[in-house]
Design a protein around this ligand. Structure first.
Ligand SMILES: [Mn+2]
Length: 280
């Protein structure tokens, strides 16, 4: 079952229903915020508190709770310590950027194992560049590419139910948020298809990538071009510099690695102060 929100409050009654069928479930919570606050503006049941209520009600498996994309402001001093006590692990949006979607998905899969899994996606996990139409946008978020790739990397998990929430069309522009949310919902639908299995895909992709890094491609004579000095200074290819003038070796390998190396003359020039107008 997948639910489209609506604000994040709806996750709580949905989790109650899911737990009636599957027992306490693993939770993967994509969000800029923790949503484990005790109260929000004095209220117990709000879009900032559903997962604390769920832990209190015993409907979550506290061995497998994770936030992904976290970066938002805290509501109180105890927020992080309370959250940790409840059993949550945190993958910040900066972690996703630094470690990459495949590695994050691998670690989440290990944490989740074969437990029944609920995925709750607050669209504000994305950067406002990818999801401006939401109630509490926070800068520095994940890209839609990172979110979709992590979800694809979780396709072997036992996903039993999911939601996509906090899309606010009134704040959207050019359907940017709706496009991100609909593609996210599509990936979740695909991931929850019974009998569908792509367990090895993310690992295979990682392996292929590391193989490329470990074993260099077969040697091929690199094409070498010398560019004009002015072009090199601007980093643009506007033609070949005349012989004898300081230039820059540009080696373009077949897999499009571009390696810029200054010539000896340029290196020497860089060490001496640049000629410029005399100061008075
Ligand atoms: Mn939320």
């Amino acid at each position: 079952m997948m639910t489209l929100g609506g604000d994040h409050t709806i996750a709580l009654p949905i989790l109650r229903s899911v737990a009636k069928k599957h027992g306490p479930v693993a939770l993967l919570h994509f969000d800029a915020h923790l949503d484990t606050w005790d109260t929000y503006f004095g209220a117990e049941y709000t879009h900032g508190t559903p997962f604390r209520r769920a832990v209190e009600e015993g409907i979550l498996d506290t061995e497998a709770l994770s936030h992904v994309g976290t970066r938002g402001p805290l509501y109180g001093k105890q927020d992080l310590t309370d959250d940790e006590k409840m059993g949550f692990g945190i993958v910040t949006s900066a972690d996703v950027y630094r470690r990459g979607a495949d590695e994050v998905a691998d670690q989440l899969r290990q944490r989740i194992g074969d437990r029944p899994l609920y995925i709750s996606i607050d669209i504000d996990c994305l950067d406002p560049a990818h999801a401006p139409g939401t109630g509490t946008p926070e800068a520095g978020g994940m890209t839609s590419r990172e979110l979709l790739e992590i979800l694809r990397g979780l396709s072997s998990c036992n996903l039993v139910s999911a939601d996509v929430v906090e899309v606010a069309p009134a704040y959207d522009h050019a359907e940017i948020t709706s496009v991100a949310a609909s593609h996210t919902a599509y990936e979740l639908t695909d991931a929850s298809c019974p009998g569908r299995s792509r367990p090895a895909a993310p690992r295979a992709r990682s392996a292929a990538r590391s193989n490329l890094a470990a074993e260099p491609a077969p040697a091929r004579p690199p094409r070498t071009r010398t560019y004009g000095r002015a072009a090199a200074a601007r980093g643009r290819n506007v033609g070949t510099g005349p012989p004898g003038r300081p230039g820059r070796d540009v080696r373009m390998t077949h897999d499009h690695d571009l390696v810029l190396r200054p010539t000896e003359a340029q290196s020497a020039e860089a060490l001496s102060p640049p000629p410029g107008p005399q100061r008075r």
